[in-house]
Design a binder for this molecule. Structure first.
Ligand code: THG
Length: 381
């Protein structure tokens, strides 16, 4: 799409409590995830933002990571039926990365699950409507649960200086939060869930900001939270940011809808460790997944290093070919890495070609062919 074509805003494309703030900071592009705005860039290039994210600290409006709240007596029963990953030993205060499958074991989401209590969970979703899926299933099974989308607007603080910044706002207890755990902390007399997590390979936190008190309105208090962090962040060279494509690809963080879809099963997405079907619980897609486990997968997501002019993004998938010019996959996310000094990409690659070190060919949008190599994920340091 050409740069000067605009997306027509409407109520269906939801703003967040921080949208005014990101506009003030000069947001240049948005995308839409879960029917909500997600900033894609500010004044700097992706590369400048990448170096800044690896050195300092950034504030990201990731409100589009919507929560599907499942509560009630059958909550854990329902959550367990939604994923192959066992939640039997999951404790309150933990975050789990979980695959969610359809009946054919196709991936329909890869969210972060938070256990708030024995009968209360949040599923922090990627871009698909899991609330409808969960509700339909709960109705079908006649489960005693309540499912809703609460007014929770995640705000991420990412980068090596994020701990210092968070300590300066929320206190020393921030240091006690381990990776993929959360704590309940105070902000202006309200309880907020703060997890050590985020869609980057840097240290970072996600504040699941919620307006508990009916006297506060989400925008007013959200802006207050943003401004407090922004003010405290001056000392740490804070800048507004968003999930960074270079950091994400280097780190091997996959994006639902881009790098995999419901056409792909979790084993193709390297999520084997969350799919131990010998755990005795039932989940949607179990029989299909067992069959795939028995027969093996045809393709898997791999990293690719490739030559050519430094790419600023790809816009549409780039075909990956074997030396005999056979199509063996496609690059679904790609960009130039200034650290690795090569173009890098994420690609679903056929079995006979997925070995690390395999030489392949990438076909650029203009038809030019560039040589490349299959590599590990995350990309080598
Ligand atoms: N945070 C929250 N919600 C989210 C995302 C997030 N929802 C949408 C999207 N991101 C979901 N996808 C991912 C993908 C990867 C990770 C988190 C969410 C991730 N993975 C780590 C890794 O691969 O190294 C750790 C996985 C683990 O230890 O289990 O962080 O970012 N709230």
């Amino acid at each position: 799409m050409s740069k000067n074509i605009k997306l027509n805003m409407s109520r269906r494309i939801r703003r967040t409590p921080y949208t005014n703030m990101v506009e003030e900071h000069g947001v240049s592009d948005f995308t839409v995830v879960n029917h909500m705005l997600l900033p894609k860039g500010f004044k700097n290039t992706v590369e400048t933002d990448y170096w800044h994210l690896s050195k300092d600290v950034q504030i990201w409006d990731v409100s589009c990571q919507r929560q599907v709240q499942i509560s009630g007596p059958d909550a854990s029963k329902l959550v367990q039926k939604l994923t192959p990953r066992s939640i039997q030993k999951m404790e309150t205060g933990k975050c789990f990365y979980i695959p969610i499958l359809n009946e054919s074991a196709g991936m329909i989401n890869d969210p972060v699950l938070l256990k708030l209590d024995d009968d209360m969970f949040w599923i922090s979703i990627a871009d698909s409507d899991i609330l409808l899926w969960a509700k339909g299933y709960a109705i079908g099974l006649n489960l005693d649960v309540n499912i809703e989308e609460p007014d929770v607007y995640p705000l991420a603080i990412q980068g090596p200086k994020s701990e210092d910044l968070m300590v300066s706002v929320f206190g020393e207890d921030i240091k006690k939060i381990k990776f993929f755990n959360y704590r309940v902390m105070d902000f202006m007399g309200t309880k907020q869930i703060i997890a050590r997590s985020g869609y980057s390979k840097q240290d970072g936190f996600e504040i699941y900001f919620k307006t508990h008190d009916k006297h506060f309105n989400s925008v007013e208090m959200g802006e207050e939270l943003w401004k407090t962090l922004w003010q405290a962040g001056q000392k740490y060279n804070i800048s507004p940011g968003c999930p960074n494509l270079i950091d994400r690809i280097e780190g091997g963080l996959m994006s639902y809808g881009n790098d995999f879809t419901s056409e792909n099963n979790p084993l193709e997405c390297n999520l084997d460790k969350y799919c131990k079907t010998e755990d005795d619980h039932y989940f949607i897609g179990k029989e299909a997944l067992q069959k795939i486990q028995k027969n093996g997968v045809k393709q898997k997501i791999r990293g690719i290093l490739f030559d050519g002019e430094p790419l600023t993004g790809i816009g549409q998938p780039l075909p990956v070919l074997s030396n005999e010019n056979k199509k063996i996959g496609q690059i679904t996310s790609g960009i130039y890495s200034p650290r690795i000094k090569k173009n890098i990409g994420l690609s679903m690659i056929l079995k006979d070609y997925w070995e690390i070190g395999e030489n392949i060919i990438v076909q650029m949008l203009n038809g030019e062919k560039k040589s490349g190599t299959i590599t590990t994920l995350p990309f080598p340091q």
